[in-house]
Design a protein around this ligand. Structure first.
Ligand code: NAD
Ligand code: DAU
Length: 329
């Protein structure tokens, strides 16, 4: 297939680009190159890069020319930024998804996959969400992602668009922008900076190695039933504090670096995603356990300063000061 991958210069999108190319597909990437869009993530892979925004109808339509499928990763992906400034989230997730779906319909593209998140279901105290759980997002990030998902369902229902949705739990791995918990804590620990844990740090996340998510997305693209959503959850649930302690062990630091800071407003306490449907219908299962994936991730950041140094010495410093009220060391 010739695939259009939007947001392919980001963390998970670029892992998916590598997977799709390895499977013999042709890949064109459409990416706005926001702070999180790193062209170096797909450098040398053979993917074609078109710079542009999915919410621009002319750009989106043209980028789809000759493609049999569109895989939409393009997003503003950080919850804290959505709390500080929600507008870009609405533009990309709502207008952008709507523009892509219209272009898919007008151009007769055979297949569309929406990359989505467990956060559309909201927080759950015990048990796990499945695909029939109510959509109850709680942050501007998840509310706008949910709106994107609902637009996909509306296009399936109204125009018989061949679209599918794949919802992942918290991803981690190489090339994740260091605003997210794991890379932020790894880089701070490597530098001996304090580790800012929100609130009591007992929130629970369900960790999924990004290559496992990329494989789930590809499986759903190829074999998912049109109109259906599929959850892809990680194999291990962890409290944030335990994740941070493990990172301290792997980087040879002690717990004195942990600092409890003001909690995130409206912080979802626990996510948990059941993957029974994708497992029984499509045979997908996560392969990488958290202990192994975290070790690989820490090693990658240790060995790839040339990837993160330009980020950590650039705009990220201003973001960090705004978000955490202090300078990076
Ligand atoms: P990321 O922030 O690393 O990358 C997002 C990419 O989208 C960047 O390359 C950025 O430049 C691009 N982009 C942003 N707005 C755009 C626009 N308007 N037009 C074109 N390109 C645009 O994000 P990520 O963590 O790789 O997440 C990718 C997708 O996976 C998102 O849809 C996200 O909601 C979803 N997801 C992420 C996680 C996670 O834990 N990171 C988990 C589940 C689902
Ligand atoms: O669940 C899937 C979602 O996971 C994706 O859809 C989002 O794109 C992705 O950003 C992620 O959202 P989270 O808010 O769960 O991830 P984040 O890495 O920002 O935070 C993980 C947990 O760690 C959360 O409970 C907040 C906490 N945290 C985070 C940061 C950045 C801290 O305690 N301190 C921090 O500095």
């Amino acid at each position: 297939m010739r695939l259009l991958v939007t947001g392919g210069c980001g963390f998970i999108g670029s892992a998916y680009v590598r997977l799709a190319l390895a499977e013999g597909h042709e890949v064109r990437v459409l990416d706005k190159l926001t702070y999180a869009g790193r062209p170096e993530n797909i450098e040398g892979t053979g993917a074609e890069l078109v710079e542009g925004a999915i919410e621009d109808p002319a750009v989106a339509g043209e980028a789809m020319a000759g493609c049999e499928a569109v895989v939409n990763f393009a997003a503003e992906s950080h919850v804290d930024r959505s709390i500080a400034d929600p507008e870009a989230f609405a533009r990309t997730h709502v207008i952008g998804t709507s523009v892509l779906l219209d272009a898919v319909r007008e151009r007769g593209v055979a297949r569309y996959l929406q990359v989505s998140t467990d956060e559309v279901y909201g927080s759950i105290e015990s048990g796990s969400f499945d695909e029939s759980s109510p959509i109850q997002p709680s942050s501007p990030y998840s509310a706008t992602k949910a709106a994107g998902d609902l637009l996909v369902s509306a296009h399936v229902h109204t125009y018989a668009t061949e679209a599918v949705i794949c919802r992942g739990s918290n991803n981690y791995g190489p090339r994740q922008y260091p605003e997210k918990l794991i890379p932020l804590m790894v880089l701070n620990a490597l530098h001996g900076d304090s580790l800012p844990v929100y609130g009591d740090g007992r929130q629970v996340r369900n960790w999924l190695y990004m290559e496992d998510f990329a494989r789930a997305i590809h499986t759903v693209l190829e074999r998912g039933r049109p109109g259906e959503a599929y959850n892809a959850g990680g194999p291990d649930e962890m409290e944030n504090l335990d994740v941070v302690r493990r990172i301290l062990e792997l980087t040879g630091r002690d717990e004195s670096l942990i600092e409890h800071v003001t909690d995130r407003p409206g912080h979802d306490r626990r996510y948990s995603l059941g993957s029974e449907k994708i497992r029984s219908e499509l045979g997908w299962e996560a392969r990488v356990r958290f202990a192994e994936g975290l070790e690989q991730t820490v090693s990658w950041y240790r060995d790839n300063e040339s990837w993160w140094e330009p980020i950590r010495s650039g705009d990220y410093r201003e973001y960090y000061e705004r978000q955490y009220g202090r300078a990076l060391g």
